[in-house]
Design a protein around this ligand. Structure first.
Ligand SMILES: [Zn+2]
Ligand SMILES: [Zn+2]
Length: 149
């Protein structure tokens, strides 16, 4: 499994981030950018605590509360998605259509890219409920690492 986000892709994501900020009239603050960069350059779907740890290496005064609020606003801006089990929120900077396999034992989140995810037909009754803006398939199970323990 590819566990590294290429520099090229990180740069693409960062410039998309800056475009979004401009569009929405938001300042590209150092803090907001570092928090975004941390998620956008990770394949690990980090939770807020993990993001905090990494951001603190560069910005030692950032609080967990700030990280939470910034992640929530980045999600509203359409730059991140929330994924994983509901007990603890994790964030994904990869906006390409993909699903997730979530290990119910260790909580690890694996990216699953599959054709059906993109061409999935929505049931007709969906129209009665509302308009779908995002589809996210999530599989739950026990990952190989946990199986071999
Ligand atoms: Zn596991
Ligand atoms: Zn993902």
């Amino acid at each position: 499994m590819n566990k590294i986000v290429s520099d090229e892709r990180i740069q693409q994501r960062l410039s998309y981030f800056e475009d979004r900020c401009k569009q929405l009239g938001l300042r590209v603050t150092h803090q907001r950018k570092e928090i975004y960069r941390t998620v956008a350059s990770s394949c690990e779907h980090p939770c807020a605590e993990r993001v905090l740890q990494q951001v603190r290496e560069k910005l030692p005064n950032v609080s967990l509360d700030t990280v939470y609020r910034t992640l929530a606003s980045l999600e509203e801006m359409g730059l991140l998605r929330r994924v994983g089990l509901s007990v603890k929120e994790h964030f994904d900077g990869d906006l390409r259509p993909h699903g997730h396999f979530v290990c119910t034992q260790c909580g690890e989140i694996y990216d699953i890219f599959f054709k059906e995810n993109e061409s999935m037909e929505l049931p007709a009754c969906m129209n009665e409920v509302g308009q779908v803006r995002q589809t996210q398939v999530q599989f739950k199970g026990i990952c190989k690492m946990c199986q071999s323990r």
